[in-house]
Write a protein that binds this ligand. Structure first.
Ligand SMILES: [Zn+2]
Ligand SMILES: [Zn+2]
Length: 271
């Protein structure tokens, strides 16, 4: 089972207009066994699981799609980092040898945050992910491909006992589309970046085209879902300017062309 702890893109939102789908930024949680769990991205969603729930785990595998703010902003307050009994394995894309260490050093550093990285108590280990590499965690396997996004991002695929889930957040339809279609072939769930309605992507209201910004529309999502023959398309990385009514509307538009569309919400379980 996989839980979507946060589904909002770009920046967290709150208020009564966002109650149905939630306002936390991306984070995905997968329990592996009594001792270990797997997490993808640490947006504000990561702090929505109580610390007491996390205490049951000793070993954490945290993969990052990329390091834009909305995907790391939950880290400074992620209490497991301050637990001396926890082992945390961080996985980021291979860019340069010291990159992962710099990333934590920058995040935990005054004046941005009062706690310096060398005050973290957990045993933190850094790993460089190469797209296409496979990781085996017993009942769950994980692999990745490089997406299309400013500063690059990774798309992950999780293999469970009897189904596969593709997590393609922060992905703009592009020259690597055929790779994503092959990568997602016959998956049960394609969780896809649908930040924009087509008219907003084209800039019909504000005159600004969003081409090259690294995000897609539900129409692109449907296209991938059909061509990859996935069972369900999951709308994800919700635009902070789209409230519950707007997302309801996007869902019904998407269902008209692909009936097996789901709109993700904070806390949603996929199994
Ligand atoms: Zn994002
Ligand atoms: Zn991004």
């Amino acid at each position: 089972m996989l839980t979507l702890l946060g589904c909002r893109g770009t920046t967290p939102v709150s208020g009564e207009k966002y109650i149905k789908y939630g306002g936390n930024t991306p984070s995905v949680f997968v329990p592996l066994n009594e001792q270990e769990c797997l997490i993808i991205d640490c947006g504000t969603g990561i702090n929505k699981i109580n610390f007491s729930d996390f205490l049951t785990y000793k070993k954490y595998h945290i993969f990052f799609t990329h390091l834009h703010w909305d995907h790391i902003i939950g880290l400074p307050t992620f209490k497991v980092l301050y637990n001396s009994e926890a082992e945390i394995n961080i996985y980021v894309q291979d860019k340069s040898l010291d990159y992962p260490f710099l990333f934590i050093k920058h995040l935990f550093n005054p004046p941005y945050f009062p706690v310096s990285h060398n005050m973290l108590k957990a045993d933190i280990r850094y790993n460089l992910v190469k797209p296409g590499g496979t990781y085996n965690f017993g009942r769950v396997k994980l692999t990745s491909m490089e997406g299309f996004h400013p500063n690059k991002s990774l798309v992950y695929k999780l293999f469970f006992d009897n189904f596969e889930v593709v997590f393609a957040t922060d992905y703009e339809h592009s020259r690597v589309d055929s790779e994503l279609i092959a990568f997602s072939k016959n998956a049960k769930y394609l969780i896809f970046d649908t930040t924009y309605l087509p008219e907003d992507f084209e800039g019909k209201h504000d005159g600004i085209s969003k081409k090259g910004w690294g995000h897609s529309t539900y129409v692109h999502g449907v296209d991938f879902a059909v061509r990859a023959d996935v069972k369900y398309l999951v709308l994800y990385h919700h635009n902070p300017e789209y409230d519950d009514d707007a997302l309801d509307d996007m869902l019904s538009q998407s269902k008209k062309i692909f009936s097996r569309t789901i709109c993700s919400h904070d806390g949603m379980n996929l199994e």
